[in-house]
Design a protein around this ligand. Sequence first.
Ligand SMILES: C[S@@+](CC[C@H](N)C(=O)[O-])C[C@H]1O[C@@H](n2cnc3c(N)ncnc32)[C@H](O)[C@@H]1O
Length: 200
Amino acid sequence: MSQQEFWNQKFLRDGYLYGKKPNAFIESCSSNFKKAHRFLCLGEGEGRNAIYFAKRGFEVAALDASDIGLKKLEEFAKEEDVYVKTRCVDLNEWVPKKKYGSIIATYLHMYKEDREALFEKIDSCLKENGFFIGEFFSINQLNYESGGPKDINLLYTVDDFSNSFPNCTKHKIEEEVVELDEGKGHRGKASVIRVIIQKN
Ligand SMILES: C[S@@+](CC[C@H](N)C(=O)[O-])C[C@H]1O[C@@H](n2cnc3c(N)ncnc32)[C@H](O)[C@@H]1O
């Protein structure tokens, strides 16, 4: 089953699987993002982060493999009277054509063998001093029942990030146990990796 089929099935259900509030870590990092620059959300699904930043005056684009997720994002944007540019694309096929001042990703479950290529693309399309900030389930999330894949190849290690991004300063790459309260999809104690990476 492709990522699109898998996520379309999940997002077809009523409601917003991860809620409508932004991810708490991303929200806490808001001061790193500059409104004058393009803001890109990778694997943004139903749009909780994208809408949050669009409402605060950012020029936001959201990429995702799920057309159903992006349709829900667009409905959500309409309700909130904001615009988010959406593009349905598998990130393995994505060829960045623009530069972005800020890039975020939350719970983007990419296969281990595909991560390096994605990280190279992020590194290449981040503007000087721009931030890539994200939160991902760690391999230790297999010990918790708060959400996320049960396939270790879709879970991350600190090394995945520290061994990539050669043109960036890594301000934070930390594995933490946190309490998630994100819709029905992510609820309870979870092992995550939080990253704050800045292009030199
Ligand atoms: C767990 S959901 C998280 C959605 C959103 N980031 C959030 O936190 O609410 C994972 C998202 O990543 C997207 N995704 C997974 N693999 C992808 C790929 N290869 N290309 C594009 N999107 C992908 C899925 O379609 C889904 O929307």
